[in-house]
Ligand binder design. Structure first.
Ligand code: EPZ
Length: 434
């Protein structure tokens, strides 16, 4: 396994570019199962999760080819309806196979995804949606069995304890586009990644109204064509780089983003006093403030609220902002795996239920820390950029799931960061050394 070594205290200047969105690309890859024609997908990020989804589609029988650094060609002509546990268990987003397989083949057999460190990842709302479409749904021996032979369009409410469900909306949507009749999804997720999926489906001939709103109206069609579609920029990667600029930037310009997707984060960064300029609709320049920032409270919500996927990164910024900030996680109440690791670097954070009470310090100190989930790993990288001394981040395979060459991108704007084999880490520093 590799580790990341970061020397803190360097300034980030210049231009850093955002890749395509992981959380759009994954359901969009699954959506290629809805047609026997060829789909060409562009601006696909170079991530382990993408390669893994490609492997699953191939296992199902699709022809999958990466024809360029960010371009994939997928033809799902003769496909199986069954995705086994040994494939599905490694990636939660495999749950998105259910909808397209049930929509196209009228049956699906998909292993239940495991949970993960950010909390249990139930799929009761997905199942509620499939049942609402008239599917027979059985859960047995760790598999979900869908029989969509008699499925038909219907009104479905997809709101749960934590609001809407992103992949639940994607799943039900992908089933509904090939289900006879009219389906209305109320309390649909409005995340930009769901909008991107809708736009890709419409380009294939799907009939969807209300795109971007909490009410999606889908008129089922008999078949869908192939498509050529470019994935939208990753707003979470962009947000991570904006926070990096707020911590260590001197005119760090984040490009290839969509300003419209950053409203909640921009609002909080401005409230904190971060010097930030919107250069265009696809570029923002951000710098570290010459005076201490103002501590701000953050509450995560479904889009367009503050994204849970930027919560850990924002907590890192607040951990070096003198004063008290309260970060409340309403989507995944246990999503604080980054906190014990930040505490090892000197952060003063107390967890009270879904709240992280952050007492901002002037300084963090470099230390060996352990990545745990994708966004917690990013938060540790950010902390390492400003910590005094050297930070070693272990288990960075978590990072590779969702960030396309983050070390190369940060190094190109001045960070001292390198990826090393774990054996090159001083053994007395490695908590995992035998
Ligand atoms: C998607 O996960 C994203 N993943 C997550 O990003 C993101 O954090 C999350 O949406 C929220 O924005 C992908 O798109 C691949 P949800 P998803 O269903 O769809 C509960 C990252 O770091 N819930 O919107 O699994 C659930 O437990 C990842 O890129 C149910 O109770 O999230 C959570 O509390 C992490 N029953 C809340 O709803 C269900 O059937 C929102 O979950 C489904 C969800």
């Amino acid at each position: 396994m590799d580790v990341m070594r970061i020397e803190g205290g360097n300034t980030l200047s210049g231009s850093i570019s955002v890749s395509g969105a992981k959380n759009a690309a994954l359901p969009i890859f699954a959506a290629t199962l809805l047609t026997e024609e060829t789909c060409v997908l562009e601006n696909v990020p170079n991530l382990s999760d993408i390669r893994f989804m490609a492997e699953i589609l191939e296992h199902l029988g699709a022809e999958v080819e990466q024809t360029g650094p960010t371009t994939w060609k997928i033809t799902a002509k003769d496909i199986s309806h069954r995705a086994p546990y040994d494939l599905v268990r490694k990636m939660r987003a495999s749950v998105c196979l259910m909808g397209p397989l049930a929509g196209r083949l009228k049956k699906a057999e998909i292993s239940l995804p495991g949970g993960c460190v950010i909390g249990p990842r139930p799929i009761d709302m997905h199942i509620k949606g499939f049942t609402g479409l008239g599917m027979k749904v059985d859960v047995d021996k760790g598999y979900v069995f869908l029989d969509a032979e008699h499925a038909c369009g219907n009104p479905i409410f997809l709101g749960g304890r934590h609001g809407s469900t992103v992949t639940g909306t994607a799943n039900v949507l992908m089933a509904a586009v090939l289900t006879p009749g009219k389906t209305i999804i109320e309390c649909a997720a409005c995340e930009p990644e769901v909008v991107d999926l809708c736009r890709m489906l419409v380009s294939m001939g799907a009939d969807i109204d209300g795109i971007g709103s909490p009410t999606l109206t889908i008129q089922g069609v008999d078949r869908l064509t192939g498509c050529k579609y470019s994935i939208l920029p990753d707003r979470i990667e962009a947000g991570t780089f904006l926070i990096a600029g707020a911590m260590a930037g001197e005119n760090l310009t984040v490009t290839n983003l969509r300003v419209a997707d950053q409203a909640a984060l921009i609002d909080k960064l401005k409230e904190a006093g971060v010097p930030l300029t919107i250069d265009s609709e696809s570029s923002i320049t951000v710098s570290k403030s010459s005076v201490p920032l103002i501590p701000v409270d953050v509450v995560t919500h479904p889009h367009p609220g503050f994204p849970t996927d930027v919560q850990a990164q924002m907590s890192t910024l607040m951990s070096v902002t003198p004063g008290i900030s309260i970060v409340t996680e309403k989507i995944f109440p246990n999503r604080f795996m980054h906190v014990p690791e930040l505490q090892r670097m000197g952060a003063d954070i107390a967890i009270e239920g879904p709240n992280a009470i952050v007492k901002g310090q002037q300084k963090l100190s470099g230390a060996p820390v352990m990545a745990s989930d994708l966004r917690a790993s990013a938060a540790l990288i950010l902390a390492g950029l400003v910590a005094e001394g050297t930070t070693w981040v272990l288990r960075i395979y978590h990072l590779d799931r969702g960030y396309d060459k983050i070390d190369d991108k940060l190094r190109a704007v001045g960070a001292v960061i390198e990826r090393l084999p774990e054996k090159d880490m001083p053994q007395d520093l490695n908590p995992e050394a035998a």
